[in-house]
Ligand binder design. Structure first.
Ligand SMILES: [Zn+2]
Length: 293
C-alpha cells in the first residue's frame, strides 16, 4: 500500500466518524408541494417553543433540559429544510429525542422517516394511526383513501410508539400530552404542552387539522367521521389554550401574526382554539349540506 492510498483510507475513516448528516428520501410530487415547501425563516413562538417548518407546512420544535422534541416533518423534501432551520437557531438536530405526529398524511409525516434516521429519535403517534405510519399508506378508513392507489404514499416509519389518549410523552421536564382528535383522519392527534418565559407559563395547543376533506364518494355523515369531527372540535374548544398552532400555518394565521410582532406577542390569544373549532364546524356543515344534495 502506498502512502497516498493510506492517506485516503485514513480520510474516509475519519469521515465515517464525523457527525451524521441527513439522508433525504425521494421528494413527493403534488400540485401544491412546491408552494408548501418554500423555505421559511425559523423563529421563537414563545418560551421553549419554536417554528422550524416550511412556508406552508408546520414543524414545531420544543426545547427541553434533556433534548429536543419535534412535531411533524412536512413532506419528504421538507426534512432538509427543517434540519437547516433547527441548526440556524443554534440547536443540533441530533439532539431530537422524540418526534410527534399530528396525522399520517404525506404532507406532515413525509419527512419524519429521514429526520428519525438522522436523530435516532423515537416517533410517537396514536394507537389508531400507528399502522399508517409504519406502512406509509393511508388507512382504509381514511377519508382520503383510494383503493388500489399509491397516491399519498410516504416513507414508512420504523418503531412508532403508540400513545394513549391523555397520555404524555416526556423529555426532561417537558410533558407533551396526546389529545385524540379524530375527524380529518381516524388516528389524528392534537398535542398540548406548557411553555414558560419570564415567569409566565402558557398552554400551547398544536391542534390537528379538522378539515372535512376526502376522496370522491366518501360520506362524512354515513362513515361516522362527522360525529367524530364534532366531538373533536368540542374537545379543542375546551382545552386550556393560550397559543394555537396547527399543521398548516395558514390555519393559525401565522403570516398575519408575524407582521404584528412589535405589538406584544400576537400568537397569544386565549380565544384562538374556540375560533379554530368553530371554523372547523362551519366547514363540516357546508360539507354535510353538499353530501345531502
Ligand atoms: Zn391531512
Amino acid at each position: 500500500m502506498n502512502r497516498l492510498s493510506l492517506f485516503f483510507i485514513l480520510i474516509s475513516l475519519l469521515a465515517g466518524c464525523g457527525p451524521r448528516a441527513l439522508e433525504p428520501d425521494a421528494p413527493y410530487v403534488c400540485e401544491r408541494c412546491d408552494e408548501w415547501n418554500e423555505p421559511h425563516i425559523p423563529f421563537r413562538i414563545h418560551g421553549n417553543t419554536w417554528y422550524v417548518g416550511t412556508d406552508g407546512l408546520s414543524s414545531i420544535l420544543i426545547e427541553t433540559d434533556a433534548g429536543l422534541i419535534l412535531l411533524d416533518g412536512g413532506l419528504p423534501q421538507s426534512a432538509a429544510l427543517i434540519d437547516a432551520n433547527i441548526r440556524a437557531l443554534g440547536f443540533d438536530p441530533l439532539d431530537i429525542e422524540a418526534i410527534l405526529v399530528s396525522h399520517a398524511h404525506f404532507d406532515h409525516a413525509g419527512g419524519v422517516a429521514a429526520l428519525q434516521r438522522l436523530a435516532r429519535a423515537n416517533v410517537y403517534f396514536s394507537e389508531a394511526g400507528q399502522a399508517a405510519l409504519a406502512t406509509g399508506r393511508l388507512d382504509e378508513d381514511d377519508p382520503q383513501y383510494v383503493a388500489d392507489s399509491d397516491e399519498g404514499r410516504f416513507p414508512a416509519i420504523d418503531n412508532v410508539t403508540a400513545v394513549g389518549d391523555g397520555e404524555f410523552v416526556s423529555v426532561g421536564s417537558v410533558n407533551v400530552q396526546a389529545q385524540y382528535t379524530p375527524g380529518h383522519t381516524t388516528g389524528s392527534v392534537s398535542w398540548t404542552w406548557e411553555s414558560c418565559a419570564l415567569n409566565t407559563c402558557l398552554d400551547v395547543v398544536y391542534a390537528d387539522s379538522l378539515t372535512a376533506v376526502s376522496a370522491e364518494g366518501f360520506s362524512f355523515a354515513a362513515s361516522g367521521a362527522a360525529t367524530r369531527m364534532v366531538e373533536s372540535a368540542g374537545k379543542i374548544a375546551d382545552l386550556p389554550c393560550d397559543i394555537l398552532l396547527s399543521p398548516h400555518p395558514f390555519f393559525f394565521g401565522m403570516y398575519d401574526k408575524l407582521e404584528r410582532r412589535d405589538a406584544g406577542n400576537p400568537f397569544v390569544n386565549s380565544l384562538a382554539c374556540t375560533f379554530y373549532a368553530e371554523s372547523a364546524l362551519d366547514w363540516l356543515e357546508r360539507r354535510l349540506e353538499a353530501e345531502r344534495m
